[in-house]
Design a protein around this ligand. Sequence first.
Ligand code: AMP
Length: 114
Amino acid sequence: MSEPTLFTRIIEGEIPGDFVHRDEHCVVIRDINPQAPVHLLVIPVKALVGIQGAEEEDRSLLGHLMLTAQYVAQKEGLSSGYRLVVNAGEDGGQEVPHLHIHVLGGRQMNWPPG
Ligand code: AMP
């Protein structure tokens, strides 16, 4: 078996995390290095390496993650908008090899993201 990822260790309580949501399939924590007034990470319990590692069998899980992102954005009061980001692989700027959706809000977002 491969080593547990950083996010698996947070989900299992081995490393502290600031949880804002937890259900059977995913958790949501606050990012330790926030890039906006609200910066959350929606993380599946299943340690997919990233969206690039998702398969057909993950279809409903991926939908659940997106709806959970919408739910926590509403709960955090991001009524004037927010941004969801999924970094994938080296060129995508992904640092943690465990799928996660960034939920960013509380300020005006810029485009292109860089
Ligand atoms: P990515 O670059 O898309 O892989 O994003 C990884 C994110 O995880 C970054 O925004 C980090 O700030 C965040 N991060 C790293 N370690 C922790 C931690 N212990 N708790 C919460 N967020 C973390």
